[in-house]
Design a protein around this ligand. Structure first.
Ligand code: THU
Length: 137
């Protein structure tokens, strides 16, 4: 699957977003090393802080299914009613969840660049000087 196709998978996931408070719909498509895709959307809450981002929804669904090895994730976001081709980079909490389950040297984050192109970044560049499971060994 190309990164463009993976972005389309994230767009499909975005349609499921539950966003009565921000109206900002986010979708994610997470790929395992053996090629399975797990989709996620953001799920908001009246108390605000329990809100779950699209990326974490995808990770938690995958981890529950027993997955531990991931290669990349596509993330798209935009206000309701807009095409999700804006640049929406993962929040800090989601970056930290990626640090838990992914190799920062190889795991890729794929995002529209807001200008018709695609940004592909390694987790190590999105989280410089990161803290992860290796620090506790
Ligand atoms: N959001 C995500 O789903 N992923 C991110 O990485 C950034 C923020 C969601 C959370 C909230 O539902 C909405 O976007 C506005 O912050």
């Amino acid at each position: 699957m190309t990164n463009r196709e993976l972005i389309n998978e994230a767009k499909k996931a975005r349609e499921k977003a539950y966003v009565p408070y921000s109206n900002f719909m986010v979708g994610a498509a997470l790929v395992t090393k053996d090629g399975k895709i797990y989709h996620g959307c953001n799920i908001e809450n009246a108390a605000y802080t329990p809100t779950n981002c699209a990326e974490r929804t995808a990770f938690f669904r995958a981890v529950y299914e027993g997955e531990r090895d991931f290669s990349k994730i596509a993330v798209v976001g935009a206000p309701k009613g807009m095409e999700a081709d804006l640049l929406t980079a993962p929040c800090g909490v989601c970056r930290q969840v990626m640090m838990e389950f992914c190799d920062p040297e190889t795991f890729m984050i794929i995002m529209p660049d807001g200008k018709g192109g695609i940004i592909e970044m390694l987790l190590k560049d999105l989280v410089p000087f990161g803290f992860g499971p290796d620090n506790l060994k």
